[in-house]
Design a protein around this ligand. Structure first.
Ligand code: URP
Ligand code: ZN
Ligand code: ZN
Length: 463
């Protein structure tokens, strides 16, 4: 009698504990944790001495194969899940978009088609709602029953994705009743549109004007409005891609009042700033995403927010567009640059390096931010997001000493530049497993398209 796989002698880290143990895996699940587990008949023995063993990372904000800005994001579910795995992320929650006039079911079916034959690791979907007549409102509970237990709404991008306050309020009420969480893109799209039109009329067309026309106040106002609408609807709300201290203060104020308000930030807001636009020519287009980059001082506020649980999650908002031909659609007019940046591969190393490596928070808090809380908030826990008997064997053997310089020359994302080019990280995944199967070992990838499974998620635990 023996186990399928043993990860031997690693330092197992969960959101609450750090201890030396072997991890035994059978049929894709963790079946035992302890010292000196019998390993004689193990089909696969992985030595983790001196390394951490983390739960696989969970990135709850990705846009794979997404039509946007006149083009389509450059990673599909095959290349995106592969790049994610190289970075230690084994579960994604992507966004299925309901376009105006469509049913929510169409969005789900369309994204299942994109993902099911390609994904090399497990995935779920949030559903983006852009249009909410009664028929779609009535569809929401059915989607929740099928495992789509969160909806993304936009307060920005008028005419494309933006919903009015009445629709947002209705969606919040319907979500809470059905057991789902609303994820909010919080920026005042109406005000931003006026500022953008004025900039263009004044001949301000360079990429940096994308950032200069989207003030932090527009994000803070929408964050406060989202929270107020959620409070009136008696619903939880999750603010996505929070980028600045002004918005963070609104979240903190609400959490101090005991409201079920949650927020994520992304590595780009922790590492990059408006100064990244100080590059020649059109290069600044590499940093055009929404919300935009902010002044540098916001970064430390966000790191502190992560430490103190004012922010609960780090996701990537991975939405890659190649510089050549895709970002270039906006030469001469920043409003035509497809919004989004590539980051799915480097979240774990960037957050570990900047968070644990720089002494800002513990390794347990790191696990909580990148795996455990995402799993809990989005109905995947304890199947995902922790290391426990019975959990899926989504595991990362992570070398805290290995150094790496991020570069487009070596990354696995299907995009011709890196937002983090030249940034040095310390702490890299060595081996990555998804449901007990080795996906990544060093530079080698063993995953197969289609082996990732759709995750039918549970109800939002805040309800
Ligand atoms: O610029 C971004 N963030 N693109 C993706 C869409 C969104 O708003 O999340
Ligand atoms: Zn957004
Ligand atoms: Zn996004």
């Amino acid at each position: 009698m023996g186990f399928d796989t043993i990860i031997a002698n690693g330092i197992v880290v969960t959101a609450t504990d750090t201890y030396l143990a072997d991890v035994a895996i059978e049929d894709g699940r963790i079946v035992a944790l302890g010292r000196n587990l019998p390993r004689d008949n193990a089909k696969c023995l992985l030595d983790a001495a001196g390394k951490y063993v983390f739960p696989g990372g969970i990135d709850v904000h990705t846009h794979l194969d997404m039509p946007f800005g006149g083009t389509t994001s450059a990673d599909d579910f095959e290349t995106g899940t592969r790049a994610a795995a190289f970075g230690g992320t084994t579960t994604l929650i992507d966004f299925a978009i309901q376009y105006k006039g469509q049913s929510l079911r169409t969005a789900f079916d369309t994204w299942m088609q994109k993902a099911s034959s390609k994904a090399t690791a497990d995935y779920g979907f949030h559903c983006i709602i852009t249009d909410l007549p009664d028929a779609q409102l009535e569809e929401m509970p059915q989607l929740v029953r099928e495992g789509i237990t969160s909806f993304k709404l936009f307060m920005a991008y008028p005419g494309v994705f933006m919903l009015d306050d009445a629709s947002i309020f209705k969606a919040l009420r319907a979500s809470a009743k059905a057991g789902a969480m609303v994820c909010m893109h919080a920026e005042n799209g109406g005000a931003i549109d006026v500022i953008v039109k004025q900039a263009l009329a004044e001949g301000k067309t360079a990429p940096k004007y994308h950032a200069l026309t989207r003030p932090t106040t527009a994000e803070a106002e929408a964050t406060a409005r989202a929270i107020a609408l959620a409070e009136m609807a008696d619903a939880p709300v999750y603010i996505v891609h929070l980028s600045c201290n002004d918005a963070l203060e609104k979240v903190l104020e609400a959490r101090d009042r005991g409201l079920p308000v949650y927020a994520e930030t992304c590595p780009q807001y922790l590492y990059l700033s408006i100064e990244n636009f100080d590059v020649p020519g059109f290069e600044g287009a590499k940093y055009v995403f929404t919300p935009p980059l902010r002044e540098k001082w916001h970064q430390e506020k966000l790191w502190k927010g992560l430490k103190n649980d004012h922010l609960q999650v780090v996701s990537t908002d991975h939405c890659p567009f190649c510089f050549k031909e895709q970002k270039e659609l906006g030469v001469g007019d920043f409003t035509k640059i497809p919004n989004g940046g590539p980051g799915i591969e480097h979240r774990m190393s960037l957050v570990y390096s900047g968070g644990v490596g720089q002494g800002r928070f513990s390794v347990n808090r790191f696990v909580e931010l990148v795996a455990t809380t995402p799993a809990k908030l989005f109905g995947l826990y304890p199947r995902k997001g922790t290391i426990a008997v019975g959990s899926d064997a989504d595991l990362v053997i992570f070398d805290p000493k290995r150094e790496h310089t991020i570069s487009a020359k070596t990354h696995h994302m299907r995009v011709d530049y890196s937002m983090f080019e030249g940034i040095k990280v310390k702490g890299m995944p060595d081996v990555v497993l998804s449901r007990g199967r080795v996906l990544v070992e060093g530079d080698n990838f063993f995953g197969r398209p289609g082996q990732g499974e759709f995750l039918k998620r549970g109800a939002c635990p805040a309800l």
